[in-house]
Design a protein around this ligand. Sequence first.
Ligand SMILES: *[C@@H]1O[C@H](CO)[C@@H](O)[C@H](O)[C@H]1NC(C)=O
Length: 421
Amino acid sequence: MASNSWKSKVISNVLSYLDYKTGKFIIVKSKRVGSLYRVIQLSIIGYLVGYVFLSKKSYQTEESIQSAVMTKLKGVAVTNTSESGRMVWGPVDYVIPPQGEAVFSIVTNFIETPNQKLGNCAESPNVPDGHCKGDEDCAEGELVEAGHGVRTGRCLRDNGKSNGMCEIYSWCPVERSCKPQGRHKHKNMLTEAENFTIYIKNVIRFPKFSFSKANVQDTADKFHLKKCHYDEALEPYCPIFRLGDIVNRTGHSFQDMALMGGSIGILIEWKCDLDRDLSECQPRYNFTRIDINVSRESSGLNFRHARYYKTESGEIYRTQFKVYGIRINIMVHGKAGKFCIIPTVINIGSGLACIGGGAWFCDCIILYLMKNREFYKHWKFETLKKKDSNTRNIIEHHNSTTEDIKQTPEEQQLTDLSPEV
Ligand SMILES: *[C@@H]1O[C@H](CO)[C@@H](O)[C@H](O)[C@H]1NC(C)=O
């Protein structure tokens, strides 16, 4: 018999899993808490629709950009120096490196040391380690620290002076170090560099959306590309930039920058909403000077390079250039978005969860901050206590919410509601 009653107990428990259980609501007639709840609800919905969906477009999946940049410069400058006479500078001469990369320097000013040959000469007076009082300071074979060559063992002194410079074996004569001349004496400067043009070709791709595009627009006018110059207002999609315009857009003077050199970043930004018309996917250009430092001394940009020649007898000599230039650094940023169901559902779900947070907040106010909180507590929480088994009927007829109490099947028989307070 005992096993029979045990069986029927199991069956009734299994069947009770098929009952549908639903929550019960307590309506609190407080207009203040009620309207607070509505305000919270509305602001969360507003945040969800306005910010998350419309502004941040979180119904889209995003992908970042793949891009390639090619550059080409045009323009010619003429300089007239005492060392080399009249010189013509084409893109081959002033673009370093010349391969058309996204990072390159344009020579705007230079100091040249022509006809350097390997031989013996005095070290430059600007090198501290090259100073000497006698031959013993110039041990043969030793290198001059931060200098230009290797010591020969002689100290070269002008007549009657106690200090001199060590003789070195090097490319002679060594560069006479001098600052670039001011703008009133700018015969070394490539002043025409202001009118040089940079053609920037930028092809981008979003492989996930199999979308690709270039910053060069197809127009009916084939010659448009040859004539146009970028202008933020008039020609925002023209890929040809005047160097002077680029420098001016960074807020610096071209003359100063051409004199001492500098570094400019060109940021090309692509923000593409592929749910819209694809012609709206257009690049935006941004120009900033990136070498400016706290101290004026350390700003600027220069480097040295040399051109090598051979005399008819086969002797090698070179011309060394210390060049000041504007380095252009083209960076491409961007992303594209397209509608996708998964982020949409996730964002709606998390928005609804936030509304649940609003209900929790209002509950806290009712239960802990309101004047008659004890009254609300009494109605919100009903405490269940274990009692005798013959009071089972009370549970079944009492409309209580028992969701916050976990009951094992045995306990179900033994519990009873006994409201406290
Ligand atoms: C740049 O070009 C303009 C017009 O073509 C010309 O007037 C100007 O003198 C040029 N500037 C320099 C520095 O050569």
